[in-house]
Design a protein around this ligand. Structure first.
Ligand code: FAD
Length: 456
């Protein structure tokens, strides 16, 4: 007999419960990935993620071939394609990871109905995409946690399942054909410094991380020039690394760095459980509604300056240019650039979230939309009125200006602290730097923010 394993955001062979279950119940397995029209129609794919995905699929295929199998890739409507494969391979059942977004939940439901009408079964496995399944812990009276700290307290007490090894052999029926695998080279508009995808690369980075910077993570995670975070986010987004395995391995390493890292992994689960319970939070304000954002037309110039990294605030511009160049940005950069757009320029968080999703290789509905809402004060932040001052942030997290000079070469000749406030230079000294004046006066921004939030 035959089982189909539908891969989605779990492009790995290690610690893969759906694959393990399929191999346990069938002699042959069809490892399937569908390039889903529905996701394309929703405008979600972006060149950086398409390129990274191509790496992941190539690597997954290579891993399966080493085990006697191969990956089957199809394009079209995901439900149609799975049903076709089920017929072609005469499979009895389909295994897949539980999804989180509204789209993933509808996909699962459509798939279940379609398969059941053909007399086949869909098995949906949780703790594949998150460490703890959304809904596994809930506060009394609600279906999800709206505040991180109590969530984390409960999360940390839960026992995670054991990590599964990669299978030794995978036998795929000959009758099932695959489309050509996509290649990174086919994708146009990819950021120059984009990292490489695939499970092999993810595991390589993980090993380096566990041996190296993890120990210092608690002290250095906000160090912008030090770049001392794991950079595993794209691997978590595409599931080339398992969050369950990451938590276990970090805990085994132990120490304050590992504790702080595990806490960040819990933030990821936290946002996923919010989105799973409230899929509308992908576009609608989650907790506090704000209608006073400036219109995109009236703020068009400032928005363009923000996107292109020429706001005149060096640390904001450095971070926005890192995003353009790498398709990735340091978390501290994400916080301060998002605060600048929503609280200083007073532009709707959806504008910024869209731009991030257009570029981020780890661009993820749960993490991106809900972090944007957190910063904008419409989401789960318990201090929605905090505003990050970009000059203070620059001086604090890039005290010597190394990060700014790395990404804003126009300011190469400047030292800290003036590198964070080049407008303080006077006359010919200022004229020597081909760098814009600030697009907004910070105190004007603050007045606008307080007025709009009714706090003046
Ligand atoms: P590390 O510091 O090494 O953390 C380890 C892992 O923990 C990360 O890979 C990530 O999976 C998780 N994590 C860390 N911080 C957070 C957080 N605040 N929320 C959720 N998970 C977290 N992360 C994404 O994965 N995709 C996004 O689209 C995304 N958009 C963001 C948008 C904004 C405005 C902000 C403020 C944050 C966003 N984040 C997003 C969260 C965070 O910035 C990134 O996960 C992190 O910078 C990735 O780098 P890293 O892997 O080196 O993280």
């Amino acid at each position: 007999n035959v089982s189909v394993v539908l891969f989605t955001s779990d492009l790995r062979l290690h610690d893969h419960p759906p694959l393990r279950a399929a191999l346990g119940s069938a002699e042959q397995v069809v490892p399937l990935f569908v390039r889903d029209d529905g996701i394309h129609a929703a405008g979600f794919p972006a060149p950086n993620r398409e390129a990274f995905l191509a790496d992941c699929l190539t690597d997954l295929d290579a891993g399966l071939r080493e085990r006697g199998g191969r990956l089957v890739v199809r394009s079209g409507d995901v439900v149609d394609q799975v049903c076709r494969i089920v017929v072609e391979s005469d499979a009895d059942e389909v295994h897949m990871a539980a999804g989180v977004s509204g789209y993933a939940q509808r996909r699962e439901e459509r798939l279940r109905r379609a398969l059941e009408s053909e007399g086949r079964r869909l098995h949906v496995h949780d703790t594949v995409i998150t460490a703890l399944a959304p809904g596994a812990v809930t506060p009394s009276g609600s279906d999800h946690y709206a505040v991180f700290t109590p969530y984390f307290r409960r999360w940390a007490q839960e026992r995670l399942r054991d990590v599964l090894g990669a299978p030794r052999t995978v036998r795929v029926p000959d009758a099932v054909s695959s489309e050509r695998l996509p290649s990174r080279k086919d994708v146009a508009g990819v950021s120059e410094g984009l990292s490489t995808g695939g499970e092999k690369e993810g595991r390589r980075r993980l090993a380096i991380w566990l041996r190296g910077s993890l120990a210092d993570y608690a002290d250095r995670h906000d160090d912008l020039p030090g770049d001392a975070t794991s950079r595993l986010s794209p691997h978590l987004h595409f599931g080339t690394l398992s969050p369950v395995e990451l938590v276990h391995r970090a805990r085994a390493a132990g120490g304050p760095g590992a504790d702080a890292f595990v806490r960040q992994l819990a933030w990821r689960d936290f946002h996923h459980q919010v989105l799973a319970a409230r899929p509308a939070a992908a576009t609608a304000d989650y907790r506090t509604r704000h209608d006073h954002w400036r219109s995109e037309d009236s703020a068009a110039e400032e928005i363009a300056a923000w996107k292109e990294g020429r706001t005149g605030y060096p640390v904001v511009d450095a971070a926005m240019r890192q995003l353009l160049h790498e398709g990735w940005m340091h978390n501290r950069g994400r916080l301060l650039t998002a605060s600048f757009l929503t609280k200083t320029l007073y532009v709707d968080w959806r504008v910024g979230a869209r731009h991030f999703l257009d570029l981020l290789v780890d661009g993820d509905v749960a993490n991106n939309q809900l972090n944007w809402q957190w910063v904008a004060g419409t989401g789960t932040d318990t201090r929605p009125h905090r505003v990050l001052n970009p000059v203070v942030q620059g001086k604090r997290y890039d005290p010597d200006g190394v990060y700014v000079r790395r990404w804003v070469p126009e300011l190469e000749g400047l030292r800290a602290p003036v590198v964070h406030e080049p407008w303080r230079l006077r006359g010919p000294e200022r004229a020597a730097y081909d760098y814009p004046d600030p697009v907004v006066d910070l105190s004007d921004g603050l007045v606008r923010f307080k007025r709009a939030r009714g706090r003046d």
